[in-house]
Design a protein around this ligand. Structure first.
Ligand code: ADP
Ligand code: MG
Length: 322
């Protein structure tokens, strides 16, 4: 179960896994039902473990892609999930199976679907909820970064919820593009979806943990406005918008967004990676802890904090219509 390829190391891939890959037919153990999602090289289906009646998500990963053997990439995805096993913000890997064409990862089922649905819905989540989801996302990202792993594909489609309504806790999924930093030399790759990736990726500059923080900024933007900050009419325009950090905070979409939310997003959507706060630094941003003050009816005094409390009360607590 060892993958000892130098190319894998240089590309920041992890090669060692502990989870046994079962060759017994998956259908003996699980009843595979409806499709949950699909990407370029994977299909995810809901499945029920026959002995326990428990629901899981089965991610079928193709071993051959574009005529190339990609088992190393699949093993890597498993290895990252194993590395993050102790972190509640990362989806749990339950088991793995292998068929002729696929390796199948049996994952903890996130019943609430993608937070993407909350970015495109008519009704956006209240900021109090968004703050909670962003805080949880940062917890997961912080954990990965402490382990020297960057996700590189953080986007609203890869942040799932344990429950839809009320929104549950987040689970980060899809470690197909994740990479280990600093193993051998620098990591430069063109990866991900232009709409969500940082300028340094598009410019083929070195990748660091700051690359993920850009994506957190994009996700926060989308949750509070329901709009994608850099999406252009075509790929070219999107590229240009990202590399020029062409982002507008003054539009109608921001009319009901708190100033602290804007400040949080502004600090992340900056061109120079070294100027972005780390995940740990983000977690102490006032936007993320102010919420608690909002939810508990605080005493009225004359401190700045109380002023903030009041203003967020009117902005976020949906005053009765008059
Ligand atoms: P890809 O690499 O093809 O993007 P993902 O791991 O992102 O694969 O899975 C594709 C989609 O399948 C996700 O965006 C999500 O909608 C769904 N999905 C993935 N994992 C789960 C899970 N554990 N529970 C529920 N749905 C999931
Ligand atoms: Mg995905």
């Amino acid at each position: 179960r060892r993958l000892d390829s130098r190319s894998g190391l240089a590309a920041g891939l992890l090669g060692e896994i502990q989870t046994p890959i079962c060759t017994e037919p998956l259908e003996h153990v699980y009843e595979v039902t409806g499709e949950l999602g699909r990407g370029k090289f994977a299909v995810v289906k809901r499945c029920v473990e026959k002995v326990s009646g428990k629901t899981f998500a089965a991610k079928f990963l193709r071993k051959r892609r574009r005529g190339r053997d990609c088992r190393a990439e699949v093993i890597h995805e498993m290895a990252v999930l194993e590395m993050a096993r102790n972190n509640a913000r990362v989806v749990n890997l339950h088991a793995a199976y292998e068929t002729d064409h696929d390796v199948v990862l049996i994952l903890e089922y996130a019943a609430g679907g993608e937070i993407f649905d909350h970015c495109v819905s008519e009704e956006l989540l209240p900021e109090a909820q968004i703050v909670r989801l962003i805080r949880q996302t940062l917890e997961g990202v912080h954990y990965l970064h402490q382990s020297n792993v960057v996700h590189l594909d953080l986007k609203p489609q890869n942040i799932l919820l344990t429950c839809l309504s009320p929104p549950g806790d987040i689970k980060i999924v899809d470690f197909g593009l994740a990479r280990r930093l600093g193993a051998v030399g620098e990591l430069r790759e063109i990866l991900g979806t232009p709409e969500y990736v940082a300028p340094e990726i598009l410019n083929y500059e070195p990748i660091t943990t700051a690359t993920d923080l850009w994506s957190v900024g994009v996700i926060a933007f989308m949750l509070v406005t329901g709009e994608s900050p850099f999406a252009g009419d075509d790929k070219q325009e999107t590229y240009l918008n990202v590399s020029q950090v062409n982002v507008d905070y003054s539009g109608e979409a921001f009319s009901r967004v708190s100033e602290l939310a804007v400040d949080f997003i502004r600090k992340l959507l900056v061109k120079a990676p070294e100027d972005r706060p780390s995940a740990a630094e983000c977690m102490s941003h006032p936007w993320l802890w102010q919420q608690q003050l909002c939810l508990s009816p605080g005493p009225s005094s004359t401190t700045t904090r109380t002023v903030r409390e009041r203003s967020c009360g009117t902005k976020w607590a949906a005053p009765p219509e008059d």
